[in-house]
Design a protein around this ligand. Structure first.
Ligand SMILES: [Zn+2]
Ligand SMILES: [Zn+2]
Length: 791
């Protein structure tokens, strides 16, 4: 029998600014319920009266029919005294303590797409159409609450038609803050900056069509997009691609490509359903795909690699541009070499002049620069490599045990930098900021710290930074700690990588320790030396270093990153010894190559220990091997270039079975650690070079050998430690081949493997791990002393 009742329903999660209340209203009316729905500081609150069956049906549908951009984290239902309402209505928001979230930007939805392609609609071919299910969010927010007045859309008063859509609960645009139309919203125009195939009159009369025409003619176009400027050109035109590289001074790094639809992408790359779904998701990231299709790009798109980063158009503007282009377009960030992507009109006019032949501009200001995200599929699961548009600033929920985490701020690392705000039990990782060594990136990073503080009304009780004394983020944290008299915790780099991986996998605060396998370029070690290939027995509070890659000199410090041959030399000297190399392998091209380098000077540096720090770095080992087989030996344009090319070649290896190189695992008597030693691997590699074994086969043998060696290290550690779980983390695990092979081996040994997915495995995920360590130590300290762990 049906019973009439009144319930109060509390919904938490990403439920504001995403069309949640109108959905509630529609479902409630559908089910014949009366009551009200409102936003408050904790999310959405519903009070409703109706038959018990209708209420339970309503609750089920709330989950299954929730709007696409919402994310329900939990729903709490309480019975109230029976109460009558006249109808169901959307009530005024209640403001209070701000715990609400800012939603990431979302790709154009199907309804808006259909609308801008329909000549009968008033938004036909309008580049700024959006609704509650799609469009700009974080990129236009200046302040919270997320109302039009607090976004850059404040410059565009709504016309009467937009206003009525905005106020109508049944409309798709009910309370869509960036609502706009050709009458009242932003508009585009085209500025020519050099002699063009387009005339000024054409550019003025038909900006969009002229921009498309100019791309077809091989010219370079700057486009003001959602989170910043792009530079675009015809991706199939070799001259255009080369011209863009030369003008942008971007060599080596691959270009992202945008294509109008999946069909066009599938001509270049085979697509799995997971990849297709990811490309079409509201996050619409750049997805790294294997370039194995019938059509090929010119070499300049992704030099030395087998993969191409593809994305689908995610704004109406991009949709209109690509729809009328019968070929894919390069869509790379609009910047000069390593500077951040340009966002403002004036900076573009100055900074991109000389790169772009024309600029497609618009007048909706970009409040927050946000790059395109990059995702790779590993083991059929999306792994975010660069976390920005579509993903940031969505919150990562803290696992059980972290309920009392204090409000804190983690400053992240130095490269691929992000920072992390912890507030009200959630961690908000910032969008990708870039490399702080670049002055304008560092300026931007500081501006963003202020912006997040404002948006989240965040007053940290403590600060966290990396141990590295030279990181600009660490220096800034120290300054701030002393200015504001706040406690500062400095945490070890690879411990933070490990806890970042644990946290995103929901490992509870008091879980037993896991083995963190953190492999990357380099990070400041707990003993003051450089680490980068670490086996750490870790929980959230502390770690014990069990093993490491055998330390090898980095000749010239960071210069070794730019000139990979330095690592080959160091590995040969440290491994088999230079004289033994000369004795046995002087017939090799590698020998002839290395003796052209200033070896005498280097030997003196080694002898006097001048600027040749020891580093247990996995990244430098990759550099050394890549350079030895002839990849980027003289110069790497970016860190890890050699490793990426080596991986690409290993994937191309046609042999069904590659015998893995053998590594040694040794006990080091001085530091008491297990060392993963590559000297035997070098012996075999040099023999292979002499036997003129194909480079792809050598690359494959190296990858499989390294995976075996990692497995061997874990097995040795398990001889003395009880272990069920490993956390695979660090920039070197961006290497899909290595990661998948390590996972396969460790799983067959009965271990659970934690991997990154939502948070980058590279230094972009560091801030989250720093936050976890600081929160864990704070919680531990706040416990009454008799309850503290004795460990
Ligand atoms: Zn839409
Ligand atoms: Zn309008």
């Amino acid at each position: 029998m049906e019973i009439r009742q009144t319930v109060e329903i509390r919904v938490r999660g990403t439920v504001q600014g995403v069309g949640f209340r109108p959905t509630v209203w529609r479902l409630a009316c559908d089910e014949g319920l009366v009551g009200e729905v409102l936003n408050d500081g904790h999310g959405v609150l519903i009070r409703t009266t109706g038959d018990s069956g209708a209420i339970s049906q309503f609750l089920t549908r709330l989950h299954t029919e929730a709007p696409p951009l919402s994310r329900i984290e939990n729903v709490e239902t309480n019975f109230l005294k029976l109460r009558d309402f006249e109808d169901f209505r959307i009530a005024e928001s209640v403001t209070g303590e701000n715990c609400t979230r800012v939603t990431p930007d979302a790709a154009i939805c199907d309804a808006c797409r259909a609308e801008i392609l329909d000549p009968l609609e008033r938004r036909y071919r309008y580049p700024f159409a959006n609704c509650t299910h799609c469009g700009p969010r974080f990129s236009i927010v200046n302040e919270v609450p997320y109302d039009r007045a607090n976004t850059t859309m404040v410059a565009f008063p709504m016309c009467a038609s937009c206003k009525s859509e905005y106020l109508e609960p049944a409309d798709r645009r009910f309370h869509a803050q960036p609502i706009a139309c050709p009458t009242c919203g932003p508009s585009i125009w085209l500025e020519l900056t050099s002699a063009s195939t387009i005339t000024a009159e054409q550019a003025m009369a038909t900006p969009l069509e002229s921009a498309i025409e100019l791309l077809k003619n091989g010219e370079v176009l700057a486009i003001r997009g959602l989170g910043g400027f792009h530079l675009a050109c015809d991706a199939t035109n070799q001259q255009a691609v080369r011209r863009l590289r030369e003008r942008k001074h971007r060599y080596g790094k691959p270009f992202a490509v945008m294509a109008r639809d999946l069909e066009m992408i599938s001509r270049y790359c085979s697509l799995t359903s997971t990849q297709a779904k990811l490309l079409q998701s509201p996050e619409a990231p750049i997805v790294l795909l294997t370039a194995d299709g019938s059509e090929k790009f010119p070499e300049g798109i992704a030099p030395g690699l087998n993969s191409v980063g593809f994305m689908l158009p995610y704004t109406p503007l991009h949709l209109l541009i690509t729809r009328d282009s019968d070929r894919p377009l390069v869509m790379t960030s609009g910047n000069i070499s390593d500077e951040p992507q340009v966002t403002s009109l004036d900076t573009a006019r100055v900074g991109l002049r000389g790169i772009a032949d024309a600029m497609l501009m618009h007048d909706r200001e970009i409040a927050n620069r946000i790059d395109d995200s990059v995702v790779r599929i590993v083991a059929d699961k999306p792994c975010v490599i660069r976390r920005a548009r579509g993903y940031a600033p969505s919150a990562v929920s803290l696992p059980s045990g972290f309920e009392d985490a204090p409000d804190l701020l983690a400053f992240g690392g130095e490269l691929k930098s992000t920072f992390c705000v912890v507030k009200n039990g959630a961690a908000i990782l910032s969008q990708h900021q870039g490399d702080l060594e670049d002055v304008s990136t560092f300026d931007d990073y500081q501006k963003n710290l202020q912006l997040y503080a404002k948006i989240y009304d965040h007053h940290p009780q403590m600060l966290v930074a990396d141990l590295h004394p030279e990181y600009l983020s660490t220096k800034l944290a120290k300054q701030r700690a002393s200015d504001e008299d706040l406690p500062l915790l400095e945490v070890q780099h690879h411990h933070a990588h490990t806890t970042s991986c644990m946290l995103e996998n929901g490992i509870e605060l008091n879980a037993s320790p896991v083995l963190g396998i953190a492999i990357d370029g380099l990070g400041f070690g707990g003993d003051g030396t450089i680490w980068g290939g670490e086996f750490l027995l870790a929980d959230y509070r502390s770690y014990r270093r069990m093993g490491a890659f055998k330390p090898v000199n980095m000749i010239g410090g960071v210069q070794a990153i730019r000139e990979p041959w330095r690592n080959t030399y160091a590995h040969l000297v440290n491994g088999i010894g230079w004289s033994s190399f000369v004795e046995r392998f002087s017939d090799l091209e590698l020998h002839r190559y290395l003796i052209t380098k200033p070896l005498a000077t280097i030997d003196r540096m080694l002898e006097k220990k001048l600027n040749v720090p020891l580093a247990s770095s996995c990244g430098r080992l990759f550099d050394a091997v890549a350079a030895a087989v002839g990849l980027c030996a003289d110069e790497a344009y970016f860190e890890g270039q050699g490793a990426m090319e080596l991986e690409a070649l290993a994937e191309r290896c046609s042999q069904s079975y590659a015998e893995a190189y053998n590594f040694l695992i040794t006990d080091h008597s001085v530091d008491g650690l297990l060392h993963l030693d590559s000297s035997t691997m070098w012996e075999s590699l040099l023999e292979d070079l002499r036997a003129q074994v194909s480079v792809p086969l050598m690359a494959a043998r190296f990858h499989y050998g390294l995976a075996n060696a990692i497995r061997g290290m874990v097995a040795r550690i398990r001889e003395t430690e009880t272990l069920n779980t490993v956390a695979l983390t660090g920039g070197c695990f961006q290497n899909k081949l290595l990661l998948e092979e390590v996972v396969r081996l460790l799983k067959s040994d009965g271990l659970t493997c934690l991997m990154h997915a939502k948070v980058p495995t590279n230094d972009g995920g560091l801030a989250l791990g720093q936050a976890a360590i600081a929160a864990a130590r704070h919680i531990e300290r706040s416990k009454p002393s008799e309850l503290r762990a004795t460990a």
